[in-house]
Design a protein around this ligand. Sequence first.
Ligand SMILES: NC(=O)c1ccc[n+]([C@@H]2O[C@H](COP(=O)([O-])OP(=O)(O)OC[C@H]3O[C@@H](n4cnc5c(N)ncnc54)[C@H](OP(=O)(O)O)[C@@H]3O)[C@@H](O)[C@H]2O)c1
Length: 249
Amino acid sequence: MNIIVIGATSGIGRAVAEIYMSRGHRVGITGRRANLLEEIAGCHQDCEVFVKPFDVSADTASDSLAELVEDMGGVDICLYSSGYGHTNTSLEPSLELGQVDVNAKGFVRCAVWLFNYWAVNGLKGHLAVISSVASILPLGVCPAYSATKKFEAFYLETLRQLAVIRKADIGFTAIKPGFVDTDFIHGRHFPMTIRRDRAAGQIVKAIARKRKSVVINRRWALLGMLMKLIPRPVWNWGGRFFRPYTDMF
Ligand SMILES: NC(=O)c1ccc[n+]([C@@H]2O[C@H](COP(=O)([O-])OP(=O)(O)OC[C@H]3O[C@@H](n4cnc5c(N)ncnc54)[C@H](OP(=O)(O)O)[C@@H]3O)[C@@H](O)[C@H]2O)c1
C-alpha cells in the first residue's frame, strides 16, 4: 500500500510512519526538516521511502503533495500529523495565527487536494488527521490550539458527507490523543502521558479498522466521555482551576 505521513520528522507522525515502513509499505514522508527525513529514510533502506520536505503553511504545499503522490505512483492512505500548539492566555496574535496556519489552513490545503485526487480519478482513499482531546471541550488556556483541533475533526465530518454527495469512495479518521511523550510537551510529564510508539500502534489499528473517530487511549476516551457530560457554564466556571496551567506547552 502507498501511505503518506504529513509531519513525519518527529513525534507521533514519525512513529506511525516507522510502523508502516516496518510492515513493508511504500511510505512518503514530509515535514520541514529535510535532514530528519533523510535520516529516517536512511534507517529504512529495506523498504521504499519517498522524501518530500515542505511547509504546510506555504501556498505551494498542495503542489509539493501532488509531486510526492506522482513520485509514489499514487496514495491509498494519508495521515496529517503536522501541527503544533501553544498555551496563550495573553492572546499573542502571532501565536494564535501561526497555529491556524498549520493546524487549520495547512490541513485544508492537503485535505482538499487529496479529496479531489481520489474523487476525480474514481480512486479509493483514506484520510486521517491527528486532532486532540483538546477538541472535546473549549480550552481557554490555548484558544487557537483547542479551536483548530476541533476544526480538523469537524472538517473531516463535512468531507464525509461530501464524499456521499460526490459518490467518492473515501474514508476518514479523526484521531484524538491525550498527552503523548513527544517534543510537543517539551519533556514535561503530565498525568496519563502515553508513549509515542503505543499511541502510534493504536493509530495504525484505528486507520486499518476505518474508525471514524478515536480517542487515544482508553483512559483518555473515558475521561473524554465524562468531560462531555459537564454543562458548558460549569466548564467555563471551572476555568479558574486552569490558572496554574497557563504554560502547559
Ligand atoms: N504530543 C501530544 O501530547 C499531542 C496530543 C494531542 C495531539 N497532538 C497532535 O499531534 C500532532 C503531532 O504532534 P507531535 O506530538 O508528534 O509533536 P512533534 O514531535 O512536535 O511533531 C510535529 C510535526 O509537525 C510538523 N510540522 C510542524 N509545523 C509544520 C509546518 N509548518 N509544515 C510542515 N510540518 C510541520 C513537524 O515537522 P517539521 O518541524 O520538520 O516541519 C513535526 O513532524 C500535532 O498536530 C499535535 O497537535 C499531540
